[in-house]
Design a protein around this ligand. Structure first.
Ligand code: ZN
Length: 202
C-alpha cells in the first residue's frame, strides 16, 4: 500500500490537522495558519478550506503547506507520526514485477549449443571406439560391442552433426530441436550401454 493510500484509508483530514496541534471547534472551524487569522476562518470537513485566504486541500496538502514539504514527504511525515505502515517505494504504486525471461532467441541458441555439444561428444565417443576397439585382422577376433555399436551408428551421428551444423535452417531446427535432442540423447545412452559391455545395444 502506498503512503497515500495508507493515509486515505486510515485518517481523516481532521485527525491529521489536529495531530499538528491545532484546535478545531466542534463546528469544524479553526484559525488558519496560512494567513494572519484572528477569527477562525478555516473550515475542516473531508477537506479543509479557508474562507479568508482561500487555502484548501486534504490533510496531506495541509501538512505540506505548513512545513513547506513535497506531498510525498508530507504524507510520509503524517504516516510516521501515526505509525501507519506503508510500502516505502516513494509513493509510486509498485509496478508489476516482470520476471525477466530469456528471449526465445537466447533459449534457441542455448539449445542448439547443447545439441551440437552432445553430437560432438558422440563423434568423439565413436572415434574412441574406432581407435581403441577395432578388432584385429585375425578371423577369430572378437568384436567388442562398443565397437559394433559405434560403427553401427557412426554414419548416422555424422549425418546428424552435419545436418544440425550446416544444413538445417534455423526455422526447421526450431521445429525439430526437441526431437533431435531426444534422438541424440538416446544415441548417447546406447553408446554408453555398449561401452560398458552390456547387451543393451541394438
Ligand atoms: Zn487562511
Amino acid at each position: 500500500m502506498t503512503v497515500f493510500d495508507a493515509i486515505k484509508e486510515n485518517l481523516t483530514t481532521r485527525q491529521i490537522i489536529a495531530n499538528e496541534g491545532f484546535y478545531i471547534s466542534c463546528n469544524g472551524m479553526m484559525k488558519c495558519p496560512f494567513h494572519d487569522d484572528h477569527h477562525p476562518s478555516l473550515n475542516v470537513k473531508e477537506r479543509f478550506k479557508c474562507f479568508a485566504c482561500g487555502e484548501y486541500g486534504d490533510g496531506i496538502n495541509f501538512v505540506a503547506k505548513l512545513y513547506g514539504l513535497s506531498l510525498l514527504n508530507a504524507a510520509k511525515k503524517i504516516a510516521d507520526s501515526f505509525n501507519l505502515s506503508y510500502d516505502n517505494n516513494n509513493g509510486i504504486r509498485p509496478t508489476k514485477i516482470v520476471k525477466k525471461v530469456k528471449s526465445d532467441r537466447v533459449v534457441f541458441a542455448e539449445k542448439k549449443r547443447d545439441l551440437l555439444s552432445a553430437l560432438s561428444a558422440l563423434v568423439s565417443t565413436i572415434a574412441l571406439a574406432e581407435r581403441e576397439y577395432t578388432p584385429s585382422d585375425s578371423e577369430d577376433a572378437t568384436w567388442h560391442p562398443f565397437y559394433i555399436g559405434a560403427m553401427h551408428r557412426k554414419d548416422y551421428v555424422l549425418y546428424l552433426y552435419d545436418y544440425v551444423l550446416f544444413e538445417i535452417s534455423t526455422a526447421e531446427l526450431e521445429k525439430e530441436m526437441d526431437e533431435l535432442t531426444q534422438e541424440v540423447e538416446k544415441l548417447g545412452r546406447k553408446l554408453d550401454a555398449v561401452r560398458g559391455g552390456h547387451k543393451e545395444y541394438a
